[in-house]
Every structure is written in C-alpha cells, then in structure tokens.
Ligand binder design. Structure first.
Ligand SMILES: [Mn+2]
Length: 354
C-alpha cells in the first residue's frame, strides 16, 4: 500500500497541475472532493471534469485526458489504455479481467492493495492517503452512496460517533446516508452541470458542519428525483416481466435519463435483494441497461460480459451492479443470450445441489 502511495506521490511531485476526471455519481463526486483536498495540501493546481462510462465513450475520454498528468477516478478505462496519449493515474474499483499498468498508466485498485472487500473509490482514496484522515466523512458518504456501507461499517460507525451522529437501521439510515442520496441526485436532476455545481459548492467546505450545511442546499433536487423514482416504481409494479424460474424481474421503459435508470435499478435491488433486476431504457436507437443483484448470488460482470459477446454493445461494472449500452437492433439477441446464460447458471446450481 505504502509503495503505491509513494508512486502516486512521486508522479504528483513532478507537476504543478493535474487534470482530474471523475465519475458523475456520488462515489465519483466524493472521490473528486477528496483528491481536491489532497491536491490543495500539496499546493497543486487542478482542473476538474466529470464524465462517466456511459456519457463519454472510452475513446472520447482518452482525447480529454490531455494534461501532462491526468488523474482518473472511478471510471473504468483499463481496457482502452492504449488510446491514451498522456500519462494517467487511474484510481478505480471496477472489476477488470487483469490488472496491469503500463508506461503511461499507473493503476491503483483495491486488489493491488490486498483489499478484497467491495471498496468504492472514495474509501480507497481514504485508505491510501493518511493525509485525508480529517475528511473521513467524505469517504463514508461516497462509500455508502456506492452501496459499500455494509463492508466498511466499522469506519463509518466510528466516523458517525466522532461527529455525534446516530446510527440507523441500515447503512443508509444515518446522516451520511442521507447526504449520499442528495449528492447522488445531482447527475439525475441536472446532469454533468448539476454535478459540477455540487462539487464547487462542497469543495469550499472546511469541516463537517460546513459540509453538511452546503449539502442541504441541494435537498430539493433529491426530493424531485424521489418523486420521479416513485412514479417509475409504480410503472414497474404494473408492467415489469417476471421470470420466476431464474428470479428475474425485467422492466422496459423509454426516453428516461441514464441516471434515473440506474437509480431505479438500485432502489429495486434493495427492495428485492433476491431477484436479478434488469432495467432497460430505450433512447435514440440505443438501449441503456442497468443490472442489479443485491444478495450477490449471481456474478453480474460475468453474466453481462457473456451476454454482450459479439454484439454492438459495451458494459461492465461490479458483481452486484452493472450497466451497459446496446444497439436497439441487437436487443432481442441480447435478451435471448441473457436468459440463456442466466438459465445455465440456475441449471448448474441445481446439478451441484444433487
Ligand atoms: Mn464507484
């Protein structure tokens, strides 16, 4: 761990400014905030850009990473590393087939730090840099926002205690969880612009009480997103397809934003932890998909990869949460592949039971 930190610090010491590129979700925003704090301590200038695997194709991201040193947070780019022309430090926790850096890319990944628990990028940064100890609340909020609260409950518990906050029934039911939901609503409510607004508001906060006050300014965004999610959940209850043999609930909708698709899938996965949730969103000839399985029974990264094989599509993520984009013309084929692969998993399970 120390070694990886030294490598990153050494690269930072060579430059006066870096380009920070981070994900638009709660974990990405919190990671960017933590990195901004570190860069301020090191007296480095930075330029911030928010992006996502869905909004910017990986090729586009390579063209955006044009500074002498680029720091990419919480966006999976490892498969596209040869497209990058400038030096990149990638700090990310997405699942990769193999973890390899290169001359141009320094990789920081939980597995390289011998962390085998699910570890969102903001928690990873917190563990890597002890300089970030005073900003534990930002790491906890990012971690909870990315569904990592269960794995890091000890750190979260002691942080809550430190600020005199109460623990609730589950990992979201506390002050950090509420703040995570507000920060996470920025992208859904106002896209990249909203994310920028939240970042520049929160980066000004010097301590936790100030941070909390600044987060409160965005509560209305969260409420609007909640109303929309409730409406979509009602639609889901009426119109979703259920495949009981493979514990799958599939819902097809049209012309929704990417953020709300993903948020709906996450919400439903907490409601139905023992079901595989597949939310499809048709928009401009493409189908965005969000895949969730909260009990961890199915490895979604493998399932999705096998189901997208040979299609004009991209996708990936984590064991319990994945996303992707498919050409509309390929969707029926994807669905066939997906159901066949899922049935195979269940079939195999039965044979092992015998
Ligand atoms: Mn993340």
């Amino acid at each position: 761990m120390q070694n990886l930190k030294q490598i990153v610090m050494q690269e930072l010491s060579k430059v006066d400014r870096v380009k920070l590129i981070s994900h638009t979700d709660c974990d990405g925003i919190c990671s960017a905030l933590l990195m901004a704090k570190l860069l301020q301590m090191l007296h480095k200038d930075f330029f911030i850009l928010f992006s996502s695997p869905e909004e910017a194709s990986r090729g586009k991201l390579a063209n955006l990473a044009t500074a002498g040193l680029n720091l990419i947070l919480d966006i999976p780019i490892l498969e596209y590393v040869e497209k990058f022309k400038s030096k990149v430090i990638l700090i990310d926790h997405h699942e990769y087939e193999s973890l390899k850096g290169s001359e141009k890319l320094i990789l920081v990944h939980p597995k390289l730090m011998h962390i085998h628990a699910y570890c969102p990028t903001s928690m990873l940064l917190f563990l890597l840099f002890d300089e970030l100890t005073p900003f534990d609340y930002i790491a906890c909020i990012g971690c909870i926002g990315d569904g990592g609260g269960k794995w890091w409950s000890e750190i979260i518990h002691s942080s809550l205690l430190k600020y005199g906050l109460k623990e609730g029934r589950d990992e979201f039911d506390n002050e950090f969880g509420k703040m995570a939901q507000i920060i996470g609503s920025a992208k859904i409510y106002r896209g990249v612009e909203g994310v920028n607004e939240v970042f520049f508001e929160l980066v000004k906060a010097r301590d936790f009480p100030e941070f909390r006050e600044r987060v409160k300014k965005f509560h209305k965004w969260y409420e609007a997103v909640e109303r929309k999610l409730k409406r979509l959940e009602e639609e889901f209850l009426k119109k979703s397809e259920e495949y009981k043999d493979v514990e799958l609930k599939l819902f097809y909708m049209r012309n929704q934003g990417h953020g709300i698709t993903s948020a709906l899938a996450t919400r439903l996965s907490y409601k139905y932890p023992n079901s595989t949730i597949l939310i499809c969103n048709e928009k401009r000839g493409k189908i965005g998909i969000s895949l969730r399985r909260n009990d961890g029974k199915i490895n979604l990264t493998n399932l999705l990869k096998h189901s997208l094989f040979n299609l004009r599509a991209s996708g990936g993520g984590h064991t319990r949460a994945c996303g992707g984009i498919i050409n509309k013309t390929d969707f029926e084929l994807f669905k066939l592949n997906f159901l066949r692969n899922l049935r195979e998993i269940y079939g195999k399970g039965k044979e092992e039971d015998k």
